[in-house]
Design a protein around this ligand. Structure first.
Ligand code: C2E
Ligand code: CA
Ligand code: CA
Length: 400
């Protein structure tokens, strides 16, 4: 279909009640928009250059709500639904639902003004709320909005807590550090895993507050862990915290973290921040100075889930990375799959050559631990050495 079309005076672009899949932007000329109400033709608008008409057909395939006629020779730009559908499909669920809902409300209003019975709300009626309201995308959006609201409440009413997963030296299984992992104890739904809410918190713009709370609580915990380790004459373990990628567009990140570490009275050398490759890929020029500033503060920088993204070796040269954490998917496959084994071997070799420390994640069996040690990987984390622990158990572990 042509991008531009010219209609002579009197030509009808589309009629009320028909189904269409195009909208038009007026480039030149004028259009009359009319509806038939109680047998009478009513002109509801006259549109001129720059105005759009028929746009509802881009969103769904309900009947046109008006008739549009050219009143002079009119040139229009044609927009087809297929140009918009993909964008709509890829749109944020909530934005999409809101758009459909607004459209639906508008149609109901039109219907009401046209004198139809407003009380029928059956599903076969294309103009009913239900035809839209209970479809899948809407339900998903509703659930997200509820969860988002509950996330806000969770922060205020202290439903989050921290668990500490041990990281050990593979040679003798002695404790070296902990990774702080966030947990959400929902009053009705029970424990909700970070896999379910971290991405949502990012979308909702709540992750800054959550990560900030998390860093403070985790370092508070580390302070107590250190006291217990020292009392037992053990070396002090370090702690790593996860930083969401979206924090890297926040220019208060460095000063906030610096403050949190200072308030905790912990030597920054004992604190690692874990980031994922996404940060380095999406905004390398922003990430680089931030990582350098974090290092100047004395913090250690670890690259999490290494090997899963677009792992580029050039990152390791460009960015000040101290530690890489080999993603658990490689460790899981390593015993049966030769390729995974070779990848792990290559990562360990690379890390050694670049003087980067390496931690293997998700170690569950003694075989995996032995294999990694044989490959020269010095540190590991996983259920074999310890599940994520509550603070009291982490304190006890540090004093053993
Ligand atoms: P991650 O940083 O890769 O964390 C490691 C995940 O592996 C944790 O899941 C941990 O419980 C799990 N894990 C540890 N050992 C094993 C093992 O031996 N086998 C298996 N199958 N899994 C193991 P978790 O706690 O559910 O966390 C999931 C993700 O959520 C984390 O992945 C991290 O990306 C994110 N996350 C957790 N806490 C925070 C936080 O405070 N802030 C941010 N921004 N993200 C967090
Ligand atoms: Ca991590
Ligand atoms: Ca990881």
């Amino acid at each position: 279909m042509d991008l531009k079309r010219i209609f002579p005076p009197g030509a009808v672009l589309f009629r009320e009640g028909t189904i269409g899949d195009t909208a038009y932007i007026v480039e030149r000329g004028f259009l009359d928009v009319t509806v038939v109400r109680l047998g009478e033709v009513i002109r509801v608008a006259t549109l001129g250059p720059g105005e759009i008409v028929g746009e509802m057909a881009l969103i769904d395939d309900r009947p046109r709500s008006a008739t549009v006629t050219a009143t002079s020779e009119t040139e229009v730009m044609v927009i087809r639904r297929e140009q918009i559908q993909n964008r709509l499909r890829n749109a944020d669920v909530i934005t999409g639902a809101l758009l459909r809902l607004t459209l639906n409300r508008f149609r109901t209003l039109q219907r009401t003004m046209a004198g139809h019975d407003q009380t029928t709300d059956n599903e076969n009626d294309p103009l009913s709320h239900k035809a839209f309201g209970l479809d899948d995308p809407y339900e998903r959006a509703r659930e997200r909005l509820i969860l988002e609201q509950e996330l806000r409440e969770a922060l205020e009413s202290r439903q989050f807590f921290v668990q500490f997963q041990p990281v050990v030296a593979l040679a003798d299984h002695s404790l070296r550090g902990f990774e702080a992992l966030i947990r959400w104890r929902h009053p009705e739904r029970g424990l909700i895993s970070p896999g379910r809410f971290v991405a949502l918190a990012e979308e909702a713009g709540l992750i800054h507050a959550i990560d900030g709370w998390m860093a403070r609580s985790a370092l508070d915990g580390l302070y107590q862990i250190h006291e217990s380790a020292m009392a037992a004459g053990n070396p002090k373990p370090w702690l790593s915290v996860n930083l969401s990628g979206t924090r890297f567009v926040d220019d208060t990140l460095v000063s906030t973290l610096r403050q949190v570490v200072q308030d905790s009275r912990i030597d920054p050398n004992f604190v690692t921040v874990e980031i994922t490759e996404g940060v380095l890929i999406d905004s390398p020029t922003v990430a680089e100075p931030i990582l350098r500033a974090l290092k100047e503060t004395g913090l250690t920088v670890a690259l999490d889930d290494f090997g899963t993204g677009y792992s580029s070796l050039s990152y390791l040269q460009r960015f000040p990375i101290d530690v890489i954490k080999i993603d658990l998917t490689f460790i899981r496959r390593m015993m049966e799959n030769e390729t995974s084994l070779q990848i792990v071997r290559a990562i360990v070799g690379l890390a050694q050559a670049l003087h980067i420390r390496v931690v293997a994640e998700g170690i569950e069996t003694p075989d995996q631990a032995a294999m990694l040690l044989g490959l020269g990987c010095p540190m590991g984390q996983g259920y074999l050495f310890g599940h994520p622990l509550d603070l009291a158990d982490a304190i006890a572990m540090a004093s053993r």
